[in-house]
Design a protein around this ligand. Structure first.
Ligand SMILES: *[C@@H]1O[C@H](CO)[C@@H](O)[C@H](O)[C@H]1NC(C)=O
Ligand SMILES: *[C@@H]1O[C@H](CO)[C@@H](O)[C@H](O)[C@H]1NC(C)=O
Ligand SMILES: *[C@@H]1O[C@H](CO)[C@@H](O)[C@H](O)[C@H]1NC(C)=O
Ligand SMILES: *[C@@H]1O[C@H](CO)[C@@H](O)[C@H](O)[C@H]1NC(C)=O
Ligand SMILES: *[C@@H]1O[C@H](CO)[C@@H](O)[C@H](O)[C@H]1NC(C)=O
Ligand SMILES: *[C@@H]1O[C@H](CO)[C@@H](O)[C@H](O)[C@H]1NC(C)=O
Ligand SMILES: *[C@@H]1O[C@H](CO)[C@@H](O)[C@H](O)[C@H]1NC(C)=O
Ligand SMILES: *[C@@H]1O[C@H](CO)[C@@H](O)[C@H](O)[C@H]1NC(C)=O
Ligand SMILES: *[C@@H]1O[C@H](CO)[C@@H](O)[C@H](O)[C@H]1NC(C)=O
Ligand SMILES: *[C@@H]1O[C@H](CO)[C@@H](O)[C@H](O)[C@H]1NC(C)=O
Ligand SMILES: *[C@@H]1O[C@H](CO)[C@@H](O)[C@H](O)[C@H]1NC(C)=O
Ligand SMILES: *[C@@H]1O[C@H](CO)[C@@H](O)[C@H](O)[C@H]1NC(C)=O
Ligand SMILES: [Cu+2]
Length: 576
């Protein structure tokens, strides 16, 4: 060994390692290749806003590593838990066709990966290309456990827009100086709202508008006359965000890994859970200026919120720049500018062409009408609470059912026919007690707690109307559906009118996505085909609302054919 040249030893060593992890191995079962990643969940000390703290990370990186793959590739990601917390990782927006065991939400498709345990997520990316992301799906750990998933088109297949010069992921996050696990634990104990975050971040950096953060500013250095593809991801926990770059126009081309008809805008709105790809055309010359890119929240509810602003710098990389540069700031919409949001979302349309069709279900087998919003639970006896009127605890519900996390994974119980009272399939398909959802709130704000699901036969075509309630104030809720993309066929304000509103649906080129903002005091109608057997979580992507119970799950049954059945669980699936 000692006689080997050092370089050769290193070369052989890295070759052997790469055969197993972080490289490409041909997979005979698939048109694409298999890409292996290893995620070591471990603590890392990180300093932001002059506070140093130990955070849970993947491989010591914050934000976590990028996953880059092509449509058709298989991803094999080995997650090893070296921390005290229970962990699970969700591959947000990946369809998980016949691979529901790899979806990740704790107690829905798997038990958590406990300290010292390992689980290998193994799935193929089918029919998707664009930007998605991965994040922890247990408690509030996703505040530091997140990273981009970049899905390139199949080799040789171009984008339906001009090839960008460079591609840059931009992830928005939310930072607490305190431990986010302590923040949500305290809120669930007192029944009040959780402490708001201390900063928003771009790629983990709060930026120069915050105290002692000038050195922690995301900087994008560009050349003139080029087109950049920005892959925007909102990984913030509790806030929808406006984003804009001073003196530059953005062209929206893709949301949630689905191409859309391109349109120009100065500002985008992005809810937690959503992704948006935009083209940024740089100026044809070197301007004598830097341009800030900024994001801050879009606010609808009555609760407290973090009203701060994250900034990054768009910098033109002049080879011999000497003079002092002027700095321009973008103008963002007002915090409560709902008309901007309505205008923006109405422009999102599928390509709906031969190559990228919009397969909107035209005939509906089952209609569902779900109210979503906040409510209350009683304060436990002998305790003081900080929820509404100081006598209650905040809760949140779908059709007034506030979801209670089961003690075992629902998918496993369903697959093995071992329900044993873990869940019921009696989730109401419409509110049991109709009321004026957006009118004067009812006197009784109490929710019903339960673990209830809806069962759908394979290939059911579903229409679901999500209706916001004003029980504790109207509020926008970004609803996320796992395992099944949907088409957004209609939306409006006030109460949904089943006699008039369906006539206005767009069944031609509605946007297809996995997360949709239900308008504050309004409704949204979505359609999807239940073509993927499994248990699929649906929840608000405002983490505080999920914690309060704004979540439920769909059971999609197996179809008749062998390729319509969920295969058995992998051997290493964690147990509870
Ligand atoms: C983080 O910092 C603490 C205190 O300085 C130290 O004890 C600990 O070893 C550090 N942890 C890591 C992962 O570096
Ligand atoms: C991933 O799944 C494929 C298809 O089921 C299987 O062939 C392969 O062995 C699995 N890989 C790992 C590492 O589990
Ligand atoms: C939340 O904020 C309150 C008031 O500032 C503070 O007393 C409390 O310690 C904070 N909770 C956590 C978990 O940081
Ligand atoms: C920033 O620093 C100033 C001066 O030290 C202080 O007054 C202010 O409260 C700080 N702001 C934040 C958000 O910490
Ligand atoms: C940027 O926009 C501002 C306001 O619209 C304008 O006054 C300024 O001249 C622009 N700067 C550059 C370098 O384009
Ligand atoms: C944010 O909220 C604080 C406290 O309510 C207020 O003092 C401050 O002016 C607000 N900042 C902005 C930028 O709106
Ligand atoms: C909608 O946005 C476009 C620009 O993208 C703007 O020209 C138009 O005035 C906006 N309409 C409304 C009603 O705000
Ligand atoms: C309430 O607290 C008192 C005194 O601590 C205790 O005796 C009583 O059993 C408690 N009641 C309930 C319902 O927990
Ligand atoms: C709840 O209690 C806090 C102090 O504990 C008080 O400041 C607040 O006004 C009370 N709110 C209501 C609605 O009673
Ligand atoms: C519901 O309440 C709103 C707001 O008060 C009111 O405008 C509307 O007419 C009510 N709708 C019905 C059906 O009562
Ligand atoms: C609701 O509460 C109000 C005020 O406390 C009362 O006047 C009204 O009768 C109550 N309505 C119902 C249906 O109980
Ligand atoms: C981790 O998950 C297991 C299985 O559900 C549970 O028994 C245990 O209490 C959890 N541990 C922590 C620290 O949450
Ligand atoms: Cu919500």
């Amino acid at each position: 060994m000692a006689t080997f040249p050092k370089i050769l030893v290193i070369a052989i060593f890295s070759m052997v390692c790469s055969l197993f992890w972080n490289t490409n191995v041909v997979d005979a079962t698939n048109t694409g290749i298999t890409r292996h990643y290893k995620f070591d969940i471990k603590l890392q000390n990180v300093t932001r806003l002059c506070h140093t703290k130990s955070i849970v990370t993947v491989n010591g990186q914050f934000p976590g590593p990028r996953i880059v793959a092509r449509e058709g590739d298989r991803l094999v990601i080995k997650v090893v838990n070296h921390v005290r917390n229970n962990i699970s990782i969700h591959w947000h927006g990946i369809r998980q066709l016949l691979s529901g065991w790899a979806d990740g939400p704790a107690y829905i498709t798997q038990c958590p990966i406990q300290t010292g345990q390992t689980y290998v997520y193994n799935f193929t990316i089918i029919g998707q290309r664009g930007t998605l992301w991965w994040h922890a799906h247990i408690s509030w750990l996703r505040s530091t456990l997140y990273g981009p998933i970049i899905i390139l088109p199949k080799r040789g297949v171009p984008y339906p827009f001009s090839q960008p010069y460079k591609e840059v992921p931009l992830m928005f996050g939310e930072w607490w100086n305190a431990d986010p696990e302590a923040v949500i634990a305290q809120a669930l104990q007192t029944g009040g709202g959780p402490n708001v975050s201390d900063a928003y971040t771009i790629n983990g950096l709060p930026g120069l508008l915050y105290n002692c953060s000038a050195k922690d500013t995301f900087k994008l250095s560009v050349k003139p006359g080029k087109t950049y593809l920005l892959r925007l991801i909102n990984a913030a926990l509790n806030d929808e965000l406006f984003f804009s770059i001073a003196n530059h126009t953005l062209i929206t081309v893709d949301v949630d890994a689905i191409y859309v008809k391109p349109f120009e805008t100065n500002t985008i709105i992005i809810t937690p859970g959503q992704t948006t790809n935009v083209l940024l055309k740089t100026k044809p010359y070197y301007p004598n200026a830097d341009f800030l890119m900024m994001a801050r929240p879009y606010v609808t509810g009555n609760g407290t919120f973090d009203n701060s602003t994250v900034a990054g710098i768009l910098h033109y990389n002049h080879p011999k720049q000497s003079t002092k540069l002027r700095v321009f700031k973008p103008t963002l919409p007002a915090l409560r500018d709902t008309s901007f949001v309505t205008n923006f979302t109405s422009k999102l349309r599928s390509l709906a062409n031969a190559e990228y069709p919009a397969n909107v279900p035209k005939n509906v087998d089952k209609h569902f009408f779900f109210t979503i919003g906040l409510g209350t639970n009683p304060c436990p006896k002998n305790r003081t609470c900080q929820g509404p009127s100081n006598k209650t605890m905040f809760a949140a519900a779908v059709n007034n059912v506030s979801f209670v996390m089961p003690s075992k994974a629902l998918l496993q119980a369903h697959f093995l026919h071992q329900n044993n009272g873990l869940y019921s399939t009696s989730f109401p398909s419409s509110p049991l007690i109709p009321f004026n959802y957006t009118g004067t709130p009812p006197n009784n704000t109490m929710v019903i707690d339960g673990t209830k699901m809806v069962v759908l036969p394979f290939n059911t075509s579903v229409e679901l109307v999500l209706q916001d309630t004003s029980i504790l104030g109207a509020e926008s809720h970004p609803l996320h559906l796992h395992g099944l993309n949907f088409y957004v066929v209609g939306q409006g304000f006030g109460n949904f009118d089943p006699n008039k509103d369906p006539a206005k649906y767009n069944l031609v080129d509605p946007v297809e996505r996995n997360t949709v903002g239900v308008p504050a005091g309004g409704w949204v109608a979505i359609r999807f085909l239940a073509d993927n057997p499994g248990v699929w979580f649906m929840h608000c992507h405002l983490e505080v609302h999920t914690s309060w119970g704004l979540k439920m799950a769909w059971v999609v049954e197996d179809g008749k054919h062998p390729n319509q059945k969920l295969p058995p669980p992998p051997q290493d699936l964690p147990k509870c």
